[in-house]
Design a protein around this ligand. Structure first.
Ligand SMILES: *Cc1c(COP(=O)(O)O)cnc(C)c1O
Length: 428
């Protein structure tokens, strides 16, 4: 496969953009080689600048859940763009978006729109601190909640990919207020809560983890966290930036039957436009300015083009619940096919899956937390990634990332992916 133009663009990009990319994972550092520069995408396929076609298993890290350039979303953007791309003043569309989200997701009384998942999580933590008057937070090893200072402690995929342990620029004061427990280890959380009695404002968790590959919550883990939060007056935050509107129309809260106090959204919510949101119980959300004194703002928050894109996609998801069943079946089909091929290959592997999130780990032990994800054979993943890319299958360029299926994928695409895996493995 010829990628000469991508190679040339990567060289040019590095002259004016740090590392040639505007978000680190895109640089392919974990898997080596040159990133593929994309020209366009439609449905389940990406097309690069050299004219190669790829079956896409990233879906822009989630948002393209119904495929790229989804017609109703594109049409809505084209309809709204001539009205101006921003006003900096309220619109009816923002109310419709808020009403739709409150209607689709459990326990959201009030919701504030922002422009990224990072902003959503950062604001939710500030709100939890302002509301409780406490400073510390508990997060989980390998979970990513965006790049705000408080979260850059053992923060999953992006940092794991680059093997960054501590982030220069995050002050010890901030880092010391972030306590870290292994995912799925309730006892570790209980210990932190006892040791920091009365000091913990919030526990933030990816309900189904997606930033160390896909890692499922152990039975009772999230319920246990809910109980601890209730007993200790800790704000329980679900980071649903990945899982929101992906695992079901009501996200992980609905799918798992657990209610958080605050929930953050991103990715799917904007249909590929820069959108995030945080929302939850009225008693907490009321502390956000201008109702309360916890300040939070955004010049482009609730941007009309972003809102109409997100609103249109969420409407589709709400009105067609069968989408989730279709996605689930496609992902299960891929899971079965990969399992067969990997089993006959004969080396140890683990496939984790929840709904339309799935990941392959070359590991001889179950992958249940960051330590077990990190101890998988990531050299083998590198080879697998490139062997797939060369066959026109675009997987996430890191073993620490979940794959995201989109509903434009056909069973023929999945068969091709399974067959490509077979060919890749037999060449090792
Ligand atoms: C992607 C992600 C974020 C950050 O969202 P951005 O829009 O990239 O800032 C936060 N939390 C989770 C779980 C994510 O997957």
């Amino acid at each position: 496969m010829n990628r000469n133009k991508s190679v040339a663009l990567f060289e040019r990009a590095q002259k004016t953009i740090p590392g040639g990319v505007n978000s680190p994972v895109r640089a392919f550092k974990s898997v080596g080689g040159t990133p593929v520069f994309i020209k366009k995408a439609k449905g389940a396929y990406l097309y690069d600048v050299d004219g190669n076609q790829y079956i896409d298993f990233i879906a822009s890290w989630g948002p393209m859940i119904l495929g790229h350039a989804y017609a109703p979303v594109v049409e809505a953007i084209l309809e709204y763009a001539p009205y101006s791309t921003s006003y900096g003043a309220p619109t009816e569309l923002e109310i419709e978006m808020a009403e739709l989200i409150c209607n689709m997701t459990p326990g959201i009384d009030l919701i504030r729109m922002v422009s990224s998942g990072t902003e959503a999580c950062m604001s939710a933590i500030r709100l939890a601190r302002g509301y409780t008057g406490k400073n510390k937070i508990i997060k989980f090893d390998g979970h990513y909640h965006g790049h705000a200072d408080s979260f850059l402690v053992k923060a999953g995929s992006g940092l794991a990919t680059l093997n960054i342990q501590t982030v220069p620029g995050v002050t010890p004061g901030v880092a010391n207020d972030t306590l870290v427990a292994p995912y799925n280890d309730l006892d570790a959380v209980k210990k932190l809560v006892v040791e920091n009695k009365g000091e913990i404002a919030a526990i933030i968790v990816e309900p189904v983890a997606g930033n160390m590959g896909c890692v499922l919550p152990a039975t009772g883990f999230l319920e246990g966290l809910r109980k601890i939060c209730d007993e200790e007056s800790i704000v329980f935050i679900f980071d649903e930036v990945m899982t929101g509107f992906r695992l079901s129309a009501g996200g992980a809260q609905e799918k798992l039957g657990i209610q958080a106090d605050l929930v953050t959204y991103g990715k799917v919510i904007g249909a590929g436009m820069p959108v995030g949101a945080f929302g939850g119980k009225r008693a907490i959300m009321e502390h956000i300015a201008p109702l309360g004194n916890v300040y939070q703002a955004g010049t482009l928050s609730g941007n009309p083009i972003a809102m109409i894109a997100g609103y249109t996609l969420l409407q589709e998801l709400k009105n067609n619940p069968s989408i989730y069943e279709e996605l689930n079946q496609k992902t299960a089909y891929l899971h079965e096919g990969l399992k067969k091929v990997l089993t006959s290959w004969g080396q140890p592997f683990v496939i984790n899956r929840f709904g339309s999130m799935i990941s392959v780990h070359f590991s001889d032990h179950p992958v249940t937390d960051f330590a077990s994800a990190a101890s998988a054979n990531n050299e083998l993943f590198k080879k697998y990634f490139h062997a797939m890319l060369d066959q026109g299958i675009y997987l996430p360029p890191s073993a620490f990332e979940s794959w995201f299926l989109n509903n434009a994928l056909s069973y023929a695409d999945l068969d091709k992916t399974i067959e490509a895996t077979h060919l890749a493995l037999s060449s090792f």
